[in-house]
Design a protein around this ligand. Structure first.
Ligand code: SF4
Length: 223
């Protein structure tokens, strides 16, 4: 399995924000978000092939029970099912961070699904493929039915919320599991966007999420 990095930090987003966690970041993605904050797993994928034993050994170094399997898109990684079974055997709480375009029968305690809105579509040769793939209603429904989940949306401007409302309605999603998060990789931008986004969350009954890792460490790898 191609791994970009394994590191120990805090969960920075979503319902487990602030929980010390080991991050296993796979390399490779089937989407190309214009604002991707991990281009070294998508636009310019980096990393080496690791065996499962090596990955589990690297996770075991750290004192956390929580493991976040992220990417890139971890659900397209070869051996993702075996990796999650291995983590389960090691007694870990498993969060998977996914865009929700692929289903695999993984072991998972929290399926953190982040469907990509129109604000993510890039210009250029990837535009058509990204736009076709980014929302897969049947796959989203299947993931939501099979796993404890959260639906986490990246919001760049207030108008983005209309697309969220439409999708939440189409999926009959529980509003308490919907989390809105400001787009941005600079603390100042996040703060400005958080002000109006928090009001939208109050209005719609959605949860607000900061990006704690960016606030604490800036936009740096390994955090
Ligand atoms: S789905 Fe995630 S990793 Fe893939 S391009 Fe979008 S932000 Fe980057």
């Amino acid at each position: 399995m191609r791994i970009a990095e394994i590191f120990y930090s805090f969960q920075g987003e979503g319902s487990l924000v602030g929980v010390p966690s080991v991050f296993v970041r796979t390399s490779g993605c089937n989407l190309r978000c214009s604002w991707c904050d991990t281009p070294y797993t998508s636009w310019n994928p980096e990393g080496d092939d690791w065996t499962l034993e090596r990955i589990l050994g690297a996770v075991d170094i750290y004192p956390a029970r929580h493991v976040v399997v992220t990417g890139g898109e971890p659900m397209i990684a070869r051996e993702i099912v075996d990796l999650t079974h291995g983590l389960r055997q090691h007694g870990r709480h498993i969060t998977i961070e996914t865009a929700g375009t692929v289903f695999e029968p993984v072991e998972c305690d929290l399926m953190s699904i982040s469907p990509k809105l129109a604000n993510s579509t890039p210009q250029g040769e990837w535009a058509g493929r990204h736009e076709r793939l980014r929302i897969q209603p049947e796959t989203l429904h299947r993931l939501m039915t099979a796993y404890q989940h959260q639906l986490k949306f990246v919001i760049a401007q207030p108008d983005d919320v209309a697309e969220v409302l439409e999708l939440v309605r189409a999926l009959a999603a529980d509003a308490s599991k919907v989390i809105l998060m400001p787009e941005g990789v600079e603390a100042g931008v996040l703060r400005d966007r958080s002000v109006w986004l928090a009001e939208i969350c109050k209005r719609e009954g959605f949860r607000f999420s900061p990006r704690l890792h960016v606030e604490l460490y800036g936009n740096r790898r390994g955090t």
